[in-house]
Design a protein around this ligand. Structure first.
Ligand SMILES: Cc1cc2nc3c(=O)[nH]c(=O)nc-3n(C[C@H](O)[C@H](O)[C@H](O)COP(=O)(O)O)c2cc1C
Length: 202
């Protein structure tokens, strides 16, 4: 069965990027598992979403029929990003580690997609995410090793992404890793290959 796949890139390093190469390999394996899948790409390095400003935040909390022209323009980024997520069956997020967390471009994207009443709602039973029945794959890259050992507590990439996606209803998150090439004897190519070899599309 064909799937609609949304790919989100945030490394600015193009072909040299490990997260992009790992993400490419994930997409290729999705295409094998689900031939004729349609891939849509958001490249945040090329087209970053603006940081939230006062007008954008006020637009999130204003009923659609009362939005000013300025708010309507500001909310377009959020509406477009959310629409891309809503229509996707599978989301592949390239997630390079910058200073122990995600890139600022990916953070800005997340700030635009978390909207009460649109992507999550508060119910009597707690928070309900409204982006349901989606599979998320993370293509994580870092020079250090965060999968195990002391590095684990310094990883603010995967816990953050799992928390935000989970909040929005996307609880089925699988992580593939190209990491640990800061250590002697492990090259970037080794780390990448290990990550690619670990990819299983379920
Ligand atoms: C600005 C910057 C900050 C980084 N911070 C970390 C870090 O905190 N921990 C780490 O292990 N690697 C860090 N790195 C290394 C990158 O995570 C690593 O090079 C990774 O492959 C980058 O992703 P990319 O190859 O997809 O561009 C940093 C790299 C850059 C450019």
């Amino acid at each position: 069965m064909a799937k609609k796949v949304l790919r989100i890139i945030s490394s600015p390093r193009g072909a040299a990027s490990l997260s992009i190469q790992l993400g490419n390999a994930i997409v290729e394996k999705i295409k094998v598992a689900y031939p004729a899948s349609i891939i849509k790409e958001i490249n945040l390095a090329n087209d970053p979403l603006p940081h939230l400003d006062g007008v954008t935040i006020s637009s999130f909390f204003t009923p659609a029929e009362h939005l000013t022209p300025e708010q309507l323009a500001a909310i377009t980024y959020s509406d477009k990003a959310i629409a891309a997520l809503q229509e996707a069956d599978i989301i592949v997020v390239d997630a390079p580690m910058y200073n122990f967390t995600i890139t600022s471009t990916l953070k800005s994207f997340l700030d635009h997609i978390v909207r009460r009443g649109v992507t999550f709602q508060a119910t009597e039973n707690g928070i309900e995410g409204l982006l349901k029945n989606k599979k998320v794959y993370l293509a994580f890259s870092a020079s250090g090793n965060y999968a195990e050992g002391p590095g684990q507590s310094l990883d603010f990439v995967i816990p953050l992404l799992k928390s935000i996606f989970g909040w929005l209803g996307m609880t089925d998150v699988t992580v593939f890793r190209a990491e640990g090439f800061r250590m002697s004897g492990i090259t970037e190519a080794d780390a990448l290959q290990k990550g690619i070899d670990s990819i299983v599309i379920a």
